[in-house]
Design a protein around this ligand. Structure first.
Ligand SMILES: Cc1cc2nc3c(=O)[nH]c(=O)nc-3n(C[C@H](O)[C@H](O)[C@H](O)COP(=O)(O)OP(=O)(O)OC[C@H]3O[C@@H](n4cnc5c(N)ncnc54)[C@H](O)[C@@H]3O)c2cc1C
Length: 417
């Protein structure tokens, strides 16, 4: 009986916390082990857009839509597409009709901090065990012993790895490795952007900027606390973040790199790199093989980035993680599925199929966005001020042409951008 089993979710990101909430609603015994010291630790990263059929569907099932509607940021999803000179080519702020809840294409934005708070506040007290950095796990008959960096150990009946891109749980589920995509992102966040980066702040207009130029991108998103989050991406070797010799804690060195690497970009973007308080995080981009599959285990599985790490260029990562949580919670509590192995198999089959499709779209976007003429190609296809229609057409074209065409090649040589 699943009701009598102790479930350990490793990682309190959006995937792990959503799963904990959904399982608690079904009366199961769940703990979340999170490496962060406490819930006050500041959440890095830009805002997230939740999609109707995945992220929002999971929140709906979790009974948290009212909380979401009180915390999301209307208008933050509006996007401006610029070239490297910060010239605006498409502007959703200028469009008359905007989507709303209930519309399949509406993608409301929420900051990571408030999303985490909504999920944390929905859990029974003591569900999240903070300061629990897991080092490893060990199988003991039909249970798992879990080892923490702080010296603690616990035993659980079922382990769910929701511990993100560099999952420590993944190797206990599969020996499949992520492949290198050929891109490195540099992520940062700027407080009080109105003062610290006034020109970018104005260009951002409380929404998002997607800037493309010469095989590089800069993505910027506003946040509700007056800060902004951004990420650059450029083609590099796999270990560039080490081999370049840049000390990413020394902001002067990072600024010097940016000036050189983005030399032909407008000086306006320098504002992103000039604040001495910015914490820079280099993020080499990997992707799990799109045709990955493994035999279902009876008491361990993966969700979110731990299961299907991919670059963020389709804005699907958090949505996939939350839909994983929804589908796994439904499978584990489905009385028609005779045991936990059957439940895990049912969830994983759906997850593999979804990832094959979403991962293809992600790599398609990733490749397209880093072409020399990404912006011109898109605009010549769709025309100015037709961005929204263009993006949907692009998605449609992808579904009807690219997926069937490339399916047979899935999983062959690593996909290098
Ligand atoms: C620059 C950038 C921009 C992005 N933009 C978007 C976007 O716009 N839209 C979108 O959908 N996605 C975006 N993503 C991807 C998105 O952030 C992830 O897909 C999503 O956060 C995955 O959720 P998760 O719960 O699986 O993992 P995570 O959010 O990574 O959470 C994992 C949790 O596990 C904890 N943890 C890790 N290791 C351990 C351990 N050993 N022991 C205990 N705890 C551990 C971590 O502290 C963390 O809390 C972006 C990613 C990046 C890097």
């Amino acid at each position: 009986m699943i009701q009598h089993k102790k479930i350990a979710i490793i990682g309190g990101g959006p995937g792990g916390l959503t799963l904990a909430r959904l399982l608690q609603l079904k009366g199961l015994s769940v703990k979340v082990y999170e490496r962060d010291l406490n819930k006050e630790v500041r959440i890095q990263g830009g805002a997230l857009d939740l999609h109707t059929d995945s992220g929002l569907a999971a929140l709906e099932k979790a009974g948290l839509m009212d909380e979401f509607k009180s915390n999301f940021r209307p208008g933050a999803e509006l996007m401006r597409v610029t070239d490297h000179q910060a010239k605006i080519y498409a502007d959703q702020h200028a469009e008359e009709n905007h989507y709303d809840f209930g519309d399949k294409n509406y993608r409301p934005e929420i900051d990571r901090g408030p999303l985490r708070d909504i999920l944390l506040n929905s859990l029974e007290p003591g569900t999240v065990v903070w300061n629990s950095h897991i080092l490893s796990i060990e199988q003991m008959e039909n249970k798992w012993k879990i080892f923490f960096e702080n010296g603690n150990t616990i035993v659980a009946d079922i382990v769910i790895g929701a511990d993100g891109a560099n999952s420590k749980i993944r190797p206990f589920v599969t020996n499949i490795q992520p492949f290198w995509t050929g891109l490195t992102m540099i992520e940062g966040s700027i407080k009080n952007s109105e003062k610290t980066a006034p020109n970018i702040h104005q260009l951002l207009k409380g929404g998002k900027i997607f800037a493309y130029g010469n095989e590089k991108t800069i993505l910027v998103s506003s946040k509700g606390d007056g800060s902004l989050g951004f990420a650059t991406s450029h083609k590099s070797t796999e270990f560039w973040y080490k081999e370049s010799g840049i000390n990413f804690k020394d902001n002067k060195q990072v600024l010097a790199w940016f000036k050189k690497e983005y030399a032909d970009w407008s000086p306006i973007w320098l504002e992103l790199f000039e604040d001495e308080n910015t914490v820079f995080i280099p993020r080499p981009q990997y992707c799990m093989p799109l045709n990955q599959k493994w035999k279902a285990n009876e008491n361990i599985t993966l969700i979110g980035d731990a299961a299907h790490w991919m670059p963020p260029f389709a804005g699907e990562g958090v949505n996939m993680a939350m839909l994983d949580a929804l589908q796994l919670s439904e499978a584990l509590t489905n009385p028609a599925l005779s045991n936990t192995q059957k439940a895990i198999e049912t969830y994983e089959k759906k997850m593999f199929r979804r990832f094959e499709k979403i991962g293809q779209m992600t790599l398609f976007n990733t490749e397209w966005m880093h072409q020399p003429n990404a912006l011109n190609d898109m605009l010549s296809m769709f025309g100015k001020n037709k961005l929204k229609q263009g993006l949907f057409l692009l998605r449609y074209m992808f579904n009807v042409t690219v997926i069937p065409f490339t399916r047979k090649y899935l999983g062959l040589a690593p996909h290098k951008i």
